[in-house]
Design a protein. Structure first.
Length: 247
């Protein structure tokens, strides 16, 4: 159906004007290109299947066309290849790992060099990662110890009694070394124990040597007081106001 009031210029920018009337003005070319792109987007699967089929039947012209494209558009070709390859390897993680492993085995020197470069470039980041990992682990360990304090003590006790003979020499040497270290700075040796001192000895977040140094007591004295507390010695418990709860 024609509209008499329309001039021919009204029809520019339609696919019909491009195809039937063979107009190649900017507007018509753009309209046709847009239409084709829409059609290709909509029929992507169909086009790929058809092209694959044609390629299988006669690959040579396709290879030649690819070669020509590569020569005329080296940048774009590299980008397309890289994108396709990224997509492929993202979809095949196991194969990628295998491939990288094989490459590393065949290029040991280069692999080492790349690793070293990476470490140098990311020194601060890696340091921070190590620190945070360490912090996480120690937090987890601390939580575990807090939750299972009784179990851990019982396990250690059992292990100690089962291996006492073989552990004794090392334990004795350890004890003597700590005793020597702490008694050199033990300025409160021989004095009566105070409540706050006994409370410190009851804590689980420090080592016994640290307590000894902090209190100016000898290692032996701290070990002895800790043992009294854990045994429920009334005098020791009295010093920290716990007569009635423990006996
Ligand atoms: Zn036109």
């Amino acid at each position: 159906m024609t509209h008499p009031e329309r001039t021919t210029t009204d029809k520019h920018g339609t696919t019909n004007w491009y195809r039937v009337h063979k107009c190649r003005c900017d507007v018509c070319v753009a309209a046709n290109r847009e239409y084709q792109q829409r059609w290709r987007d909509k029929n992507r699967t169909k086009i790929n299947e058809r092209n694959n089929h044609r390629y299988q039947e006669n690959p040579e012209p396709w290879k030649r066309a690819a070669q020509r494209y590569k020569e005329n558009n080296p940048e774009r070709y590299r980008e397309v290849k890289r994108k396709a390859s990224d997509k492929y390897w993202a979809a095949h993680p196991d194969e990628k790992r295998e491939k990288n492993k094989r490459w590393a085995q065949n290029n040991k020197q280069r692999r080492k060099e790349l690793d070293r470069n990476y470490r140098e470039r990311n020194r601060d980041k890696l340091k921070e990662q190590r620190r945070s990992k360490k912090e996480q682990t120690s937090q987890m360990n601390r939580k575990y110890r807090d939750r299972n304090a009784e179990k851990i003590r019982a396990r250690a006790k059992r292990y100690l009694s089962e291996h006492y003979e073989e552990l004794r020499p090392a334990m004795q040497a350890n004890y003597r070394a700590r005793q020597d270290q702490t008694s050199a700075v033990a300025h409160r040796k021989g004095l009566y124990w105070t409540g706050p001192e006994v409370e410190l000895v009851d804590r689980d977040d420090m080592t016994l040597s640290e307590m000894a140094v902090m209190l100016g007591r000898t290692y032996a004295a701290v070990v002895e007081m800790r043992s009294k507390l854990r045994r429920g010695d009334p005098k020791a418990l009295g010093l920290v106001g716990r007569w009635e709860t423990d006996k």
